[in-house]
Design a binder for this molecule. Structure first.
Ligand SMILES: Nc1ncnc2c1ncn2[C@@H]1O[C@H](COP(=O)(O)OP(=O)(O)OP(=O)(O)O)[C@@H](O)[C@H]1O
Ligand SMILES: [Mg+2]
Length: 449
């Protein structure tokens, strides 16, 4: 495969000159690679050549590789032609079109397969695998079929594609980043947006944008994970957090206390966010998330106590004060009995709470690993769809993602109000406003009291 231009491999020149970013990928690739790229980036060409190189250079006897597209027909229609083009120059190569198999010299083989027929791979060993357009594949394919197939010879796996919402492709991309951040040498990830690669001309992008709706454009050309989530309340702000690299490794800082917010479910899930507030920078660091269902208050208090955190505030919605029919006491009282003093957050309209979250998100950092589940739900939190009017309603959809979002809403309101308290207290103590001007009470100001 070429580095700076066509290069000889065993005296054969593969007619592939990688573009500079494709070259970076080939150069930096590890055992496990995730490449997220815009449409027409050259993903399939890059993937086929990567596989060809891996199989040609493999040191094991009888190396075998597989290129897998979502369907067998797609593999045949798109990748077969590329494989013939690039491998066709190798002396002694044979193509078996009926089986979509390329036989290379020294008993080296490349199979083209569809994710829909990948069961035929069970029992096979593989030295290298490409999963092209992974977002469109069954999420069980990798753990159940591919992972075992690469185990005995420590084969490589490369996931490639364009985002299609927050599904298994996003999960493996996040996992790759996590592994890289943790210093694991086996993982590598890259993301290629059309606005950054310069592969497609600006006129072409503009023309595409004209006939696509913005969310489609963001997904197909700007690699947005949330574009499929039209109606999502926080997807855009969370995309920004990703772009700003605020979703990363965010460890617990023992010098600061941890505040916690709860959405207490009775029949369904309870969600808990854990955060630390950096007073100097105003950063809110979400260091942990916990969700469970069918458990009593004891369980959640135990979960909190099992963590090494020093706690500050425990934010709860106002319904924590409601007395329960059975016991006659409120959950507020029960929590006091368990050693936890709840801070009840102001009762706001859901829409106002959502605004408070939107105001908070630009200051938030999230631990990618510990908050993964909560983040997924936050991203999915969306407006309810009105099928009759064929339009979005002005209220959130209630589903499994609501608990995380509700708990986050209480956190945003709680933090906002407690900051407000602090600000008011310090202003009344110093008789100065935050910019140093003296506080002057007038009749006008009194009218706000
Ligand atoms: N290194 C390269 N040099 C020249 N042309 C290339 C190179 N890589 C890709 N191409 C060309 O760019 C076009 C798109 O390539 P490819 O099919 O690999 O893109 P893709 O990202 O898989 O597209 P899609 O999003 O449609 O699946 C093809 O015409 C291909 O021949
Ligand atoms: Mg392709």
């Amino acid at each position: 495969m070429a580095k700076q231009g066509p290069r000889s491999t065993n005296n054969v020149i593969i007619p592939y000159t990688p573009r500079p970013i494709q070259r970076d990928f080939h150069k930096n690739a590890k055992r496990f690679n995730v490449a997220v790229a815009h449409r027409r980036f050259g993903k399939t060409v890059m993937a086929i050549n990567h596989l060809l190189r891996d199989i040609l250079l493999c040191q094991h006897p009888r190396p075998q590789g597989a290129y897998i597209a979502p369907t067998y027909t797609a593999a045949k229609r798109i990748a077969w032609a590329y494989l013939r083009e690039y491998a066709g120059v190798i002396p002694g190569v044979r193509f078996n079109e009926a089986e979509l198999r390329c036989d290379l010299p020294d008993d080296r083989k490349i199979y083209l397969l569809g994710g829909d027929s990948a069961d035929s791979l069970r029992g096979l060993f593989l030295d290298a695998v490409i999963l092209d357009e992974y977002a469109d594949m069954n999420s069980r394919l990798y753990p159940e079929v591919i992972r075992p197939a690469i185990s005995d010879r420590l084969g490589s796996c490369t996931w490639i594609g364009t985002p299609r919402g927050s599904n298994q492709f996003k999960e493996i991309y996040d996992y790759a980043i996590q592994q890289e951040e943790a210093g694991h040498k086996d993982w590598f990830s890259m993301i290629f947006k059309a606005s950054e690669t310069g592969i497609l001309k600006q006129e072409e992008l503009d023309a595409a944008r004209e006939i696509m709706d913005e969310s489609q454009y963001q997904q197909e050309f700007e690699c947005s994970w949330s574009a499929a989530l039209v109606g999502s309340y926080y997807a855009q702000a969370l995309d920004l957090a990703e772009t700003d690299k605020r979703v990363t490794n965010v460890p617990y800082d023992p010098n600061l206390k941890v505040s916690v917010s709860f959405d207490l479910g009775v029949a369904d899930s309870t969600a808990i966010w854990f955060c630390q507030e950096y007073p100097r920078t105003g950063e809110i660091r979400l260091i942990d998330y916990y969700e469970a269902s069918g458990e009593g208050l004891h369980h959640y208090v135990k979960e909190l106590n099992n963590r090494p955190y020093h706690y500050d505030k425990f934010y709860f919605p106002h319904d924590v004060m409601v007395r329960e029919l059975g016991s006659g006491s409120s959950r507020y009282e029960m929590l006091l009995g368990l050693g936890m003093r709840p801070t009840v957050v102001a009762k706001l309209k859901v829409q106002d709470g959502i605004e408070a979250v939107r105001g908070l998100l630009p200051r938030c950092w999230f631990d990618r690993q510990k908050c993964a589940e909560g983040l997924k739900f936050l991203r999915n939190y969306h407006r309810a769809w009105d099928a009759k009017r064929n339009d979005w309603r002005d209220r959130p959809n209630h589903d499994h993602s609501s608990h995380s979002a509700d708990a986050f809403r209480y956190l945003a309101v709680g933090l906002r109000d407690h900051n407000e308290d602090d600000r008011m207290t310090s202003m009344s103590r110093s008789q100065r406003m935050s910019d140093g001007r003296p506080v002057i009470l007038t009749d006008y100001a009194d009218s706000f009291v």
